[in-house]
Design a protein around this ligand. Structure first.
Ligand SMILES: N[C@@H](CCC(=O)N[C@@H](CS)C(=O)NCC(=O)O)C(=O)O
Length: 228
């Protein structure tokens, strides 16, 4: 059965990114919609009515409202029929996905919003955590001896990890360079043709640490939850 899928989010490169990558990889049609375009209201008015008061949210057939980006990832995997049926491999994939997702805070808000001295301080404070978690992820990849974390084809956990590692380059281009196996993983994801074409055309995140903006249809918009 074909569903109508609407992914509601804001102007930032953060938790909607892994669902977008997985939608493109699995070739499932969906629509990206900004919160203000979907609801025609300010976020402050919308927020209390959202199931878990945060976005992204996937609206299925105008009826089912799915919050939590990891639940959205699992849904897409199931819908595409690429869910990991082996219970042990599935548990390992979930451990990777959660461990990568823990990089969200403070990496994503810092890259999308922090400026000047605050950016520099946050970057300095989080670097030991990023290095430690990147070490763990690199070790998991090396031990698995496959192209991606579970198989030779990517799954949800790979796209979640890709997003956070990729975003770390906008925080500090040097950190990922300490991890050649993770760099190879990023290259392998980026060389998938559906992913490459998505990455080439997605809004660019510019002026990070100065005045972050997303370039949407050629126009630079300040990141955030407000219509501009
Ligand atoms: N655990 C949630 C976290 C969602 C989240 O933190 N969303 C942020 C944007 S990335 C948000 O809605 N911020 C606006 C607000 O909290 O009012 C998930 O994975 O989806």
């Amino acid at each position: 059965m074909r569903h109508k899928l609407e992914l509601i989010y804001f102007k930032m490169r953060a938790l909607a990114e892994a669902p977008r990558l997985l939608f493109h990889y699995t070739n499932i049609e969906y629509k990206d919609i900004m919160s203000w375009d979907y609801y025609d209201k300010e976020w402050s008015e919308v927020k209390p009515k959202i199931p878990f008061k945060q976005l992204p949210m996937l609206v299925i057939d105008k009826k089912h409202e799915i919050c939590q980006s990891m639940a959205i990832m699992t849904f897409i995997e199931n819908l595409a029929g690429i869910n990991i049926s082996d219970p042990i491999l599935n548990a390992k994939a979930n451990a990777i996905m959660q461990s990568a997702q823990e990089l969200f805070m403070p990496l994503n808000p810092t890259v999308n919003f922090a400026t000047g001295e605050k950016f520099a301080k946050k970057k300095q404070d989080m670097t030991p955590f990023l290095i430690s978690r990147f070490e763990d992820l690199e070790k998991a990849l090396k031990e698995n001896d496959k192209k991606f974390f579970i198989y030779n084809e990517p799954r949800a956990c790979d796209f979640v990890t890709f997003h956070h590692l990729d975003l770390s380059k906008l925080l500090d281009l040097e950190i990922i360079k300490k991890f050649p196996r993770l760099e190879k993983f990023l290259e392998d994801i980026m060389s998938i043709s559906s992913i490459k074409s998505y990455l080439d055309k997605r809004p660019k995140l510019i002026d990070v640490s100065v005045e972050p903006k997303l370039v949407i249809d050629g126009i630079a918009h300040p990141t955030g939850v407000k219509k501009t």
